[in-house]
Design a binder for this molecule. Sequence first.
Ligand code: PEP
Length: 251
Amino acid sequence: MRKHIVAGNWKMNTTVPEGVELAKAVVAKSVEVPSDVELIIGTPFTHLYPVNEVVAGTRVALSAENCADHAKGAYTGEISVDMLTSVGCQYTILGHSERRQYYGETDEKLVEKTKLALAAGLKVILCVGENLEEREANKHFDVCKAQTVNVLKNFTAEDMKNVVIAYEPVWAIGTGKTATAEQAQEIHAFIRKTLADLFGAEVADQVSILYGGSCKPSNAKELFACPDIDGGLIGGAALKADDFIGIALSF
Ligand code: PEP
């Protein structure tokens, strides 16, 4: 059975005190969620240490939103994987479309980041997804395949035990425009087939593939009912504990 996962991506939102309060609310409500659903909150770097104090020893796992593509040294402003594990991080999101779009994140950099993260014992939530122009030009399959293969061809079946994929169509992120369950399922099945071509069907069948893009309590049930959708990567709705937990209750 694949793991069901609901992961929050707070992006650049909340001050540290606000983030700590939000984490406390998520932990308090997490008791409502069946234990087979993994809950993860992804916070800005500044929040990781104090939020870890809140989530440590609970069922809520902690994620960063990015990491450096070097292990250590003269990289001003960057945060290394060892820094992340030292504050209790278990996951890092990598390749979010906002990082690809605004910060020049390339597949080559993502290979380096994924190597460092896995070697440090972090699990990786690797984001893939097409933009609107690519969807309208019917290139979404090619784009998702390239983003998946360019990074993951450098890893082994064993590594894939610690990799989660998030399919996030860029046109659905923060726009209120969700992919239909049919559109999402179609691409999720395609990504799983791409993983099967790389690692074999047995491995592909074990990898959780999350949907992201304006997911909320009102549409999560329909999305999560699809056979290849194993949960969600949640942006806006992760900033309200009720909505985040409401989504986690939608399996
Ligand atoms: C995201 O950025 O990962 C995301 C899915 O955002 P939203 O839920 O706000 O569309």
